[in-house]
Design a protein around this ligand. Sequence first.
Ligand code: HEM
Length: 182
Amino acid sequence: MRMTGISKYPALTRFLHWVVALMVLATMPIGVAMQQDGLARPTQDLLFILHKNGGVIILALVLVRIAWRMATPAPALPPQTPDWQKRMAKFVQTALYALLVVMAVSGYIRVRAGGFPVEMLDAIGFPAFVPRSDALAETAQRIHALARFPLAALIVLHIAAGLKHLISRDGVFSHIWPPLGR
Ligand code: HEM
C-alpha cells in the first residue's frame, strides 16, 4: 500500500468496503440462525442458501479488495496520530482481511468436502476443487466455527475505532466515506 497526499480512498475501495461490511454483518447472524432447532425446513434452506452463496460472493469481493488495495494509494493518517494507533489500525485491518478469507474458505471446504451444493456455483458449472471427505469437512467446520470469535472481536474493534473517528471529526472517517461518488 502506498501512502500519498490523497484525502480519500479511491471510489472502488470505498464502495467495496461498505458492500463487504454490510454482507459480513448479515452473513454472521444468518450463519448462527440457520442452525437453530425448530426452524421450518423452507426457512432453514433459504438461510443456508443465503449464507453459502453470500459467503462465496464475500470471498470474491475480498480478494478483489486485497488486490486493488495493494495496487492503489491510501490516504495517510493525521500526523499527530500516535504510533501505537497507526500500528493497531494496520494490524486490525490486515487481520480482518485474513480472517474473512479463512472464514469463507473454511466454509466453502466444509460444504464441498461434506458433499453439499453451492447453488450459485453449481448453476454455472463451477468445479468444486475440494475432494469429498468427512475428515476434511469436520476440520473445516471446526475452523469455521472457531474463527468467528476473533473475527467478531476485530469487527467490534474496527467499528469502535471508526465511530471514534466519526465523533471526533478528525477527518479519518471521510477517507472511507461516502461509499459512492467523489
Ligand atoms: C466471510 C464469510 C463467512 C462468514 C463471516 C461466515 C460466518 C459463519 C458463522 C458465524 C457461522 C456460525 C458458526 C457456528 O454457529 O458454529 C457459520 C456457519 C456455517 N457456514 Fe459460514 N461464513 C462465511 C462463509 C461461508 C461460506 C463461503 C460457506 C459455504 C459455501 C459457509 C458455510 C457455512 C455452514 C455450512 C455453516 C454451518 C456450520 C456447519 O454445520 O458446518 N460459510 N458461518
